[in-house]
Design a binder for this molecule. Sequence first.
Ligand SMILES: [Zn+2]
Ligand SMILES: [Zn+2]
Length: 242
Amino acid sequence: MAQQAAEGVYFIQGQDEFIPDSHMYVIGKPDSKDLSLVDAGLMGKGDYKLGSIDSLGIDFASIKRVIMTHTHLDHIGCLAEIREQIPWAELWVHELEARPLESGDERIVYGMEMFKSMCMTQYNLKPGSFRFRVDRMLHGGEELELGGISWEVMHVPGHSPGSIAFYDRQRKILIPGDVVYADYAIGRFDLHGGSGGQHKKSLSELGELEVDILLPGHNRIDTNLPPGYIADTAKQWAPYLV
Ligand SMILES: [Zn+2]
Ligand SMILES: [Zn+2]
């Protein structure tokens, strides 16, 4: 399923299996011919995601890059499938996850050993399946002009060390990856490189933003967020985040 969440922001819903599949967002005004994919999804979902992009009438030639909110398996699993069909697309990742990705340290992808062995068996994955060269390392603090829309990049660690969020200040749109979801839910903070304390700080930073449209990595999107929603979510979770 694909739909427009705002002008130049398209939502392609993840297709969860027994492991979740992350949503994908396509950002940029179509006539700019400078589109970016935000996150890919789970292994085997490449055709579904590309088919959904196609159904939006988007020409693959206008897709210039894939930007990862973070590199967990449910977001990066089908990146190779997508790049097979769009090999010119660059890969942009926060530096703290770009380095392990380039060196083949897959703890950043699997998050925990038990999950890793389960997934490798289930999906017949070989070691080194998620080693990628990163074209641009992000740091947080960038102001990116992507396809005619301006996005602030924020480094929001806690769910993973190199989690980033994209904020359109003008239209109050936030793409937070797995940091915060709709319905007062937040991402887990017990995986490799995660931290409850950092998660708390990241949530409170996001809580300072005015957000009307929340486009998270999973679950439903919310295009009419109540005022103070993220700050309230941060407050509810604060006792558990140490
Ligand atoms: Zn994640
Ligand atoms: Zn996820």
